[in-house]
Design a protein around this ligand. Structure first.
Ligand SMILES: Nc1ncnc2c1ncn2[C@@H]1O[C@H](COP(=O)(O)OP(=O)(O)OP(=O)(O)O)[C@@H](O)[C@H]1O
Length: 590
């Protein structure tokens, strides 16, 4: 059995089905213990010893065999088969339900966690929580309940029956069992520690494999296959070592159980044989006694398996608990309202920002205003803080009070959901899902409107490319959209944002992979979004020079805001950057 704050409630939720399974289990255990009595009757009858039924001597003949042995045996077998089926369905079925609920709960929580969490916790590790760890918890929940209850009821009933037959022999048999329990508890703790290490080693291995698959092109280009293989071998060997160590301890536990069981059988055979010799027991009673002990063997085995499973289950549940306990640090404050229909005014007011794990302020005293419907370019050297500005607008991180306003509402006083709903975003990495092109473009909507999809694709100048694909808009993109070129990927990503038709459009370096002519077409099309705000982060000044306003960022500070011509005239750093880029372009053309 496994307990923990995220799993306890499921015992209650599944209580009716678990009680039904428990009732079936107790019934099976109760009936199972009739069998040794039947052995005693048959052996005593065959030996000519008195055959007792409920304390009364009976004649051992054909009628007795049919009535008192065969009939009860058939009933017992039927009860055992039906009962075992029932408790299996109840226990294992509820374990599957528990893990399904837990998985949904993990996924829902994961989606609430901030970027910060995913920078620290790698995908491979998270995936192993959803596979290995959840499987272990499922096993521990279903098998654990079964083993715990079976060991408890079958063991208790059998020991009571043994005790009734002979107190001293039963007391003697229980001594090795006490040792077993003590040793099992100690080993169990050690097993739990080893299981945690084993899961950590597996996570590291799956992280490494996952990263290698994603970065395969880079590995091949740098001819680093051998280096990566060596690294994989090392991690794989570490994983193997910890698995071997774990298996050694769990095997030791199994051997110990077998040893204790065998030693008890020795005690029963030795002392029981002596009782038969003295005449205090007859042969049938000794067989009945051994029959009860055989029934105790499974609970003893179950105890050892339970120790192992519980140790593993606890370790895996601890890892899952860590995920579920992870703080959701970017969330709505109490009582926030949804933003009413957004007009697209954005104001940064003396905003200073440092990343939660950062050592310095990435944005310093940033102030500028974007009016509804304006198109604004954000330019600056790499690492100057451009992406951070739009990340804050999208509420990817928390912002200080009174520093960021949308339509004159402080973003901390409105729901995050409504802010994001009001924005359409083209991320720098242009991530696409493994879905059809139309599915990707209409991602913001539940159903696909082909006309709107094509309009958006035309606006981002990718329609002609898509039309050339054999499957057109139904072309399914590979993982992370690898079957299309970088420029096509960017434009599909732009189409996805345009189709949302949000009041604020944010493009983070989104036309960097297209040629100048395509860039011009896209920018001209963007101008047709009348009344809607557009923010475009760019490296090339030429991309943004025709925009209503340019925000020039340097080292996290807004250095200048204005039209291109004004900035060129008044801001030396901006002029230098423009001139430098012109020189680079001219050099490139020669
Ligand atoms: N999650 C993070 N945690 C800590 N520091 C970060 C994080 N993301 C970015 N930074 C740092 O913040 C600074 C600004 O980064 P940002 O991505 O905003 O720059 P940028 O101007 O968009 O750069 P680029 O043009 O190369 O995309 C950089 O110094 C970067 O190292």
């Amino acid at each position: 059995m496994i307990f923990g704050k995220y799993i306890n409630k499921y015992y209650l939720k599944n209580a009716p089905i678990l009680i039904l399974g428990l009732a079936a289990l107790i019934l099976v255990d109760y009936f199972q213990l009739f069998i040794p009595e039947l052995y005693r009757m048959v052996i005593n009858g065959m030996n000519g010893d008195p055959v007792l039924v409920n304390g009364q001597a009976a004649v051992f003949d054909m009628e007795f065999l049919l009535d008192q042995v065969c009939r009860p045996m058939i009933i017992t077998i039927i009860v055992m088969v039906v009962g075992r089926f029932l408790w299996r369905v109840c226990f294992f079925g509820s374990a599957i339900r528990v893990v399904t609920d837990l998985r949904t709960c993990m996924f829902a929580h994961s989606k609430e966690l901030s970027q910060e969490y995913y920078q620290v916790n790698k995908v491979g590790n998270l995936m192993s929580l959803y596979t290995n760890d959840l499987d272990t918890v499922q096993e521990c929940f279903g098998d654990g309940i079964l083993m715990f209850c079976d060991a408890l009821f079958l063991g208790l009933l059998a020991v009571i029956k043994m005790w009734r037959m002979n107190h001293f022999l039963t007391g003697l048999s229980m001594i090795p069992m006490a040792f077993l329990m003590a040793a099992g508890t100690t080993l169990g703790k050690y097993l739990m520690k080893k299981w945690e290490e084993r899961q950590a080693a597996f996570s590291e291995l799956s992280d490494f494999a996952q990263e290698n698959y994603s970065g395969l092109a880079v590995i091949k280009a740098f001819v680093k296959e051998t280096k990566e293989l060596m690294m994989f071998r090392r991690l794989n060997r570490e994983n193997e070592d910890i698995n071997v160590e774990y298996t050694k301890i769990s095997t030791l536990l199994n051997i110990m159980v077998t040893l204790f069981v065998e030693s008890v059988i020795c005690v029963i055979l030795g002392y029981g044989g002596y009782l038969v010799y003295c005449g205090s027991f007859d042969a049938g009673q000794l067989v009945e006694y051994i029959g009860y002990f055989s029934a105790v063997v499974w609970p003893i085995m179950a105890v050892s398996m339970l120790i192992e499973k519980t140790s593993r289950g606890k370790a895996s549940l601890n890892r899952i608990t860590e995920l579920l306990d992870a703080k959701v640090d970017v969330k709505d404050r109490g009582g926030v309202q949804d933003l009413p229909s957004i007009h697209g005014k954005i104001e940064f007011r003396n905003l200073t920002f440092r990343y939660p794990d950062g050592e310095y302020d990435v944005l310093k005293n940033v102030s500028f205003t974007i009016e509804p419907g304006e198109s604004v370019g954000i330019v600056g050297k790499t690492g100057s803080g451009k992406t951070t500005i739009v990340d804050l607008l999208l509420r990817t991180y928390n912002v200080p009070d009174g520093t960021l306003f949308i339509d004159d509402h402080d973003v901390n006083t409105v729901s995050i959901h409504s802010v994001r709903e009001g924005c359409a975003y083209v991320p720098q990495d242009n991530f696409l899902f493994s879905d059809s092109i139309s599915g990707n473009i209409s991602f913001a909507f539940d159903d696909e409107n082909q006309e709107a999809i094509e309009d958006a694709a035309m606006m981002s100048d990718v329609h002609d490319n898509i039309a050339e694909f054999k499957e057109g808009y139904r072309t399914v993109l590979g993982e992370r959209g690898v079957t299309v070129s970088g420029g096509q990927k960017q434009r599909i990503s732009i189409a996805r944002a345009l189709m949302k038709h949000a009041p604020i459009l944010i493009l983070d370096d989104s036309v960097s992979a297209v040629d100048t002519k395509t860039e011009r077409t896209i920018l001209d099309n963007l101008k047709k979004r009348e009344g809607l705000t557009t923010i475009l982060i760019a490296h090339r000044i030429s991309t943004v020079e025709q925009m209503d306003k340019i925000v020039f960022v340097e080292d996290g500070e807004v250095h200048a805001v204005g039209k291109h011509e004004d900035l060129y005239r008044t801001c030396t750093a901006y002029r230098k950057m423009v001139d430098l880029q012109k020189l680079e372009e001219e050099a490139g053309e020669e």
